[in-house]
Each structure stands twice: as C-alpha cells, then as structure tokens.
Design a protein. Structure first.
Length: 322
C-alpha cells in the first residue's frame, strides 16, 4: 500500500508515494500536494504521469486550494478587508492555483484501496483563514472517487473555491510538438453551454458568451491538430443526479470519464499548445472547478465558508474500453 520510492537513499522530491489498488484500477498519490500522480486502468495510464523525483510539470495533478486558476494582481476584498497574495505568475501579475500544491500533506489513513491526506492552511497574510483541507482518494469497481473536505476552524468566514488540474493521457509517449499530433485524433466532450471570454494577455475573464463553433465541445468533437485551448466554460449541463461529466476518448479505445458533483460549476481545458517541450505533459488538462478564474475578486460562485462549517466536493474518474 505504501511505497517509499527511494532515490539514491532519499525520499523523492514529491515525498512519500502512497499506492492503492482495486480490481482494474491502481493509483499513486504523493505526499507533496496530495497529487494523484498515477492512475491506471487495466495497466494503461489514464493520466500523464511524471517522475516522482522531478519537479511537477505544468501543475500536473495539483489540488487547487483555496482557489483554482488566477487572481488578478494577487489582491482581493473580502468582508471589508483587502488581502494581498504572493504573485507567482509574474508575466501576468497574478496569483495562481492556491497554495496547497506547495506543501507536504499529512497522512490520515491508508488502506489497500483508499488514502486520505490533510493540509492546514498556514497563517498567510493574504489568506489568514484557518482552514483544514482533507482529500480522500478511494478506488472501487467503478473507478476512483476523490472527496475534498474543507473545514473552517477559525472564528471568521473564509473565502473558498476548489479545482483539480489533471492531464488526461492521450495514450502516447510523445514530447513537444508531437503531443499536439497525438492529441489530434482524441475527442473531448465538455458539458457546458457558456464559454468564458478572457483578456488574451493575462487570461483573466472579461465576460461570457454562448458556446459556438470551436468553443462548443458538448458533442465531443475530434480535437484536431489546430486545437489550442486554455479556456474555461460554465453554465454546466447536468445529469439527473446533479453530476456533470467530461469525456475524453483516445484512438487506442480507452474512454475516460471525469465527473464532478453538484458543486462543480465550471471546467477549464488546456491543450498545452506551444508549451516548453520539457514540461508539457502528453495529454490534455481537463479541470473541474467550483469557480473559474478571479472568483476571489468577482465573487462569482465563491463559497463563503462560515466558522465550523464544512464544504465537500467530489470528483472522480471512470474508464472503459470502447
């Protein structure tokens, strides 16, 4: 269950490696950031993985807490106070993807088919709220379920949003521009009626528009070699049970379903087009989120987590051969 993948006698840079398995599925979760580093179905990779002793490429598998995506200028107002977060995307002058991915998370429980890790937000000037985040990955016959629970231990309300940043594997081992070609025959379905319009220089939202043409992915079009996305969608179409699902189908016959519960309001897709070859994962990033970029400033879909309150989100993966 628990593998300590030694690198020259040392623990990997991504920390302890927690291995779980059930039936057709196996997974590896890292101590760093509670990242789902590996997910396999019948021996085939569903996620573009990476070296446990290397740096994490392109936010691969990151748990995006206490906010996903970008905050303009790293500043926001909340309940009468102004907060300033560190800028970590300097070319766009934004704070990005929260801070949970930087920390080593504490192991709470480990079984053959489940692992739980937790992280307590440190006392940051830009986010001084006392929130404990617990992530549990569970495998069963249907696939993998990720349950994220945010508990406000403080005596004041806290702003909260959640997302994940998995790169769905295209089934190939290409690098650089070859990845664009390998992604081309894959199909991708995103269940949203509205596309988020952004400033092309800073990728910050400026408005929304109905999906049409290249932005309408509801019917699962073939991506093609010209596909270039770093885009968000909202106005989610849901199943009768309140869930929503993205579908990614590969030429090798593997279809991946990435689903989210009723708290998921938005999806982001990044094809990695033009990214540095050494850091580009072999697939497409498909990111379910409770709120899209700049929510701490706009308040759109922002969760206000009251003292002693708990906010839970579930997302998960299923696979099938088609």
């Amino acid at each position: 269950m628990h593998t300590n993948e030694m690198m020259g006698g040392a623990v990997p840079r991504t920390g302890q490696q927690y291995s779980i398995r059930h039936g057709d599925y196996e997974a590896v979760v890292t101590e760093l950031g509670a990242i789902l580093r590996v997910l396999k179905y019948r021996g085939k990779d569903l996620l573009a993985s990476f070296d446990p002793d290397g740096t994490v490429p392109c936010s691969n598998g990151n748990v995006l807490v206490p906010f996903p995506n970008r905050i303009e200028d790293g500043t926001y107002d909340f309940q009468g106070h102004t907060y300033t977060l560190p800028i970590d995307e300097h070319d766009r002058n934004t704070a990005i993807h929260g801070y949970g991915y930087r920390a080593y998370w504490g192991l709470q429980a480990l079984t053959e088919d489940s692992v739980s890790l937790s992280w307590r937000v440190p006392d940051m000037g830009g986010y001084p709220f006392d929130v404990v985040v617990t992530v549990t990955y569970t495998l069963d016959d249907q696939g993998l379920t990720m349950t994220t629970r945010a508990l406000n231990l403080g005596d004041e309300a806290a702003p909260w949003a959640f997302g994940i940043h998995p790169w769905l594997a295209n089934g190939k081992q290409g690098v650089g521009d070859q990845i664009q070609k390998d992604n081309a025959p894959c199909t991708l379905s995103i269940p949203c009626r509205t596309h988020v319009v952004v400033d092309p220089d800073r990728l910050l939202p400026t408005g929304t528009e109905p999906v049409q043409g290249r932005t309408d992915l509801r019917q699962g079009p073939v991506l093609g070699e010209d596909a270039e996305f770093d885009d968000a969608w909202t106005d989610v179409e849901r199943d009768d049970d309140g869930t929503c699902s993205a579908w990614f189908t590969r030429p090798d016959g593997i279809r991946i379903q990435l689903w989210g519960d009723e708290t998921i309001t938005s999806w982001q897709v990044c094809t990695g087009t033009g990214f540095d070859a050494g850091m580009r994962p072999a697939g497409v990033a498909v990111e379910p989120m409770t709120a899209y970029a700049n929510a701490f400033r706009t308040g759109r879909n922002l969760v206000i987590l009251q003292p002693a309150a708990v906010y839970t989100t579930q997302v998960g993966y299923r696979a099938q051969e088609v």
